[in-house]
Design a protein around this ligand. Sequence first.
Ligand code: EPZ
Length: 433
Amino acid sequence: MEVPNLEKFVIRGGVPLNGSIHIGGAKNAAVAILPAVLLADGPCIIDNLPEISDVTAILKVMHSLGAQVKMINRTSVEIDPSTVRSFVVSKDMAKGMRASSYFLGALLGRFYRARVAPPGGCDFGIRPIDQHIKGFESLGADVSIENGMVDLRAQRLSGCSIYLDMVSVGATINIMLAAVRANGLTVIENAAREPHIVDLANFLNSMGANIMGAGTGVIKIRGVGRLHGVEYSIIPDQIEAGTYMVAAAATGGNVRIENVTPKHLESIIAKLEEVGATVKIFDDAVQVIMNDRPKHCNVKTLPHPGFPTDMQPQFATLLAIAEGTSIVKEGVWDNRFRYVDQLTLMGAKIHVDGKVAVISGVEKLNPAPVRAVDLRAGAAVVIAGLMANGVTEIEEIGHIDRGYECLVEKLRGVGADIQRVSEETQQEVLKQA
Ligand code: EPZ
């Protein structure tokens, strides 16, 4: 998927956010559940889909494989995978999106054959797929790289025991996708425990799979002969919710975040409370209230239930205006501090050494022209723009569109002054000036 560069966000910051925001379906669950539909022998309806470009890209791949894809409304889609004949996902289709790798597991489970270009996605340093490949090989597939494509072939898939060398969301998902159609029992040890892993397991089980232990470090999958079509609703997006919670705190606001699963937000709530926010918890909502300048705190990102790496840039942005010095350690990715240069342009004082950032809190951030260098880095500079008094312009917002639905509308709904400006509008403004 190409990330379009022609639009930008213009934010007039310094306004505390106030009101309520409705959270959409989880991106990282949707991008796994949609490829999983390929395993069904009849149509599936998927509800609570987020309206983001990564979902559009996955649906395009499904269509290119031969699935019949029909949007029922903005957040529900009906997909009939019974017409799929192809097992090839080309480079053009796979680039720009990490989740394209899930077609490897889903197509292997469906056809015992898959040929998929290596995945793209955010640039956090090297993003290997060796654990995915180890899983496919253990299940009985021959794996080769031919003409830049990952090629999987199996006569049959057989249940096995796989120990992941590191906790990997993607490898856990890919192995589950193939193992549901293997003969016998597959055990994944050191499995990822993220909410989207559990959501995928619930989806597959509702189709007739037999998966136990999702949400723990050991997942057991007993293969089944067929999976049937179902209607399924995706869980709320933990990271979208967390992003708006941090935005509320960073602007000294009072925002109720609705349609969330508070259990999924525990680590984020704990850290917000540590910096001085009040967080009220309801059945399916949380409310974040911040009256004072945030206090400093230390954060280390870890696989779930640790503090999510996908919230690290946003939280570091909040800490940029905290009283005192905070230390942020990135425990998942080698290089997830590329956004720091952008925050520095806005007056933040952050020193990065490898996987550690030392943040000396400043009283305020200043507006500046900045870039969204990747998806969550983009969310971070949006929060920074909302905090800074004056006009911040953010370029390369295609990255943000990959994972945040209706961001402008949602933020305007809580009082933010933010616009999406197209190149044409910019030309118009220049002409009139
Ligand atoms: C998923 O990426 C998410 N993407 C990421 O969210 C998220 O940051 C990440 O999990 C960690 O939570 C999707 O769900 C589409 P991993 P994934 O495999 O699956 C190493 C966002 O912002 N590793 O859990 O690619 C890897 O290098 C995105 O929404 C191997 O060494 O992540 C990393 O250090 C960005 N070999 C660590 O494990 C492998 O075979 C965790 O990666 C696989 C991973």
